[in-house]
Design a protein around this ligand. Structure first.
Ligand SMILES: Cc1cc2nc3c(=O)[nH]c(=O)nc-3n(C[C@H](O)[C@H](O)[C@H](O)COP(=O)(O)OP(=O)(O)OC[C@H]3O[C@@H](n4cnc5c(N)ncnc54)[C@H](O)[C@@H]3O)c2cc1C
Length: 434
């Protein structure tokens, strides 16, 4: 037992006795879920651990934040996922530490031994060590944060109605988005559409033109991972919607009221959305020589962590060099899903004296949307923008959503929004403070 670790007496993770080797999968995101479902019928006892009891569809967080979708439409209960899979056991807890020599993990529910361990823990927001920004800015890495943003946005509009000081009112209305990747671009576009079509109608007593949406990006262009054409088109779309772009600009500080920019200027805003960086979720006990840039875990082409034969990492947390990706794969859902699939196939080959297959990423393309009929798509073989790209974006996201009910709900929501220009989810529902 790790001496630094204590658990309440009477609590201990336990599972039915089984002669099968135990595979523990930490994290039920895109990678972990794909792996667990594919191993369900294999000769293993599969234990899935996640700190939430649901799987989250991160690409649509921003639509929850902008009152476009209910949170329940983009999350899926893990217990439902594993209902008819007797070999798969789920526990909701946090893995805090790993002992690779003793082959155990440590959680607040006790220790658990494994035969094979798969880390699919993803990443968290990177504030680059700025404590003020970490405390005051709003990240978008969980559905709870998306809901928090929805509440804060609507709450600030309610406050703005009774704020007579013009400067303070501007602070309540303004929104600064930091990071010009897909998340920053999508949030800014959705906000601008909300301002144009909805907030004007909901708050006729406010001068909505006072509201500024400012997108700050450190590099000279938006959507760095996509083509020049996609970047330029997205930039044009945002400017048409009235988003102010500040490229080659860095946010250096934020005190909850004022955003400080690296040229010394300041912007008044009660809300800063931080979509500027990610870093791997850290687990104690992983040897230092397995960790690289961005806190990613170095794996070989079989997703085995450096020097650890029975410990694997997949998805955003894994750093694998491939000929076409000498600096590692992009941290996107398809990489996680494909790695989960490949690792499942390899683990199912155990004991069959069949050789393992190396992982090879098949890039299915990149998409980003700025609003209705406005999207950019870099797909294998062709690039497109506008309404056609937007329809591809809608289809791909619907297809990837977990759960039939979620797909139906999201589809009807989108159709409704498209026809009416209006979502009716602008509710401020706060958690109860005991
Ligand atoms: C706002 C946003 C928009 C995005 N949009 C896109 C997009 O349009 N297209 C795209 O391809 N990708 C997109 N991504 C990236 C994509 O979501 C990730 O690449 C993908 O989720 C990675 O999958 P994963 O399985 O590695 O990790 P995740 O899906 O992040 O899953 C990690 C899981 O591990 C759990 N976990 C973490 N630490 C612990 C712990 N210590 N103990 C127990 N459980 C733990 C978490 O609760 C989570 O369920 C977006 C990401 C964000 C945040």
């Amino acid at each position: 037992m790790n001496p630094t670790y204590s658990v309440d007496p009477g609590i201990q993770l336990h599972f039915p006795d089984s002669p099968l080797p135990r595979i523990v999968i930490v994290g039920a995101g895109f990678g972990g879920l794909e792996l667990a479902t594919r191993l369900a019928k294999g000769p293993f006892q599969v234990v899935v651990i996640d700190k939430n009891n649901y799987h989250q569809f991160q690409p649509l967080f921003y639509q929850v934040a902008m009152s476009g979708l209910e949170p329940s439409s983009i999350v899926f209960p893990l217990r439902k996922m594993f209902q008819k899979k007797p070999n798969v056991h789920f526990r909701m807890t946090v893995v805090e530490e790993v002992d690779t020599a003793a082959q155990v993990i440590y959680t607040p529910l006790g220790t658990l031994s494994y035969d094979y361990l798969v880390l699919a823990v993803g990443v968290e927001t990177n504030f680059f060590g700025n404590q003020h920004i970490a405390e005051k800015a709003i990240p978008m890495k969980s559905v709870s944060e998306a809901l928090y943003l929805r509440n804060t946005l609507l709450n600030d509009f309610e406050k703005a109605l009774s704020t007579v000081d013009a400067e303070a009112r501007k602070g309540l209305l303004n929104m600064v988005v930091v990071g010009g990747g897909p998340t920053g671009v999508e949030v800014s576009g959705a906000l601008a559409e909300m301002r144009k079509y909805i907030l004007k109608k909901d708050y006729p007593e406010l001068d909505i033109d006072e509201m500024e949406i400012i997108l700050v990006e450190g590099s000279p262009r938006l959507l760095n991972g996509m083509s020049e054409k996609a970047s330029k088109t997205a930039q044009g779309y945002l400017q048409n919607l009235g988003v102010k772009l500040r490229l080659e600009t860095l946010v250096t500080d934020y005190d909850g009221e004022w955003v400080t920019i690296n040229d010394g200027s300041r912007i008044r805003s009660k809300k800063v959305i931080w979509a500027a960086g990610i870093t791997g979720n850290k687990l104690k006990g992983i040897p230092d020589n397995c960790i690289t840039r961005g806190n990613r875990l170095v794996v070989n082409r079989y997703n085995q962590i450096n020097g650890l034969e029975n410990v694997f990492a997949i998805g955003d947390i894994a750093y694998m060099e491939e000929e076409a990706y000498p600096k590692g794969h992009p941290q996107v859902a398809q990489v996680a899903i494909q790695q989960g699939r490949n690792l499942a196939a390899n683990l199912l080959r155990l004991g069959k004296s069949k050789p393992w297959k190396v992982f090879q990423y098949k890039d299915l393309g990149s998409l980003a949307t700025v609003g209705r009929n406005r999207a950019v798509a870099d797909l294998p073989g062709f690039r497109t923008t506008g309404a056609f790209a937007w329809f591809i974006w809608l289809f791909v996201h619907l297809y990837q959503l977990v759960g039939f009910k979620n797909r139906v709900f999201v589809f009807f929501n989108w159709v409704w929004n498209y026809l009416t220009y209006d979502q009716s989810l602008r509710l401020i529902i706060r958690p109860r403070n005991p």
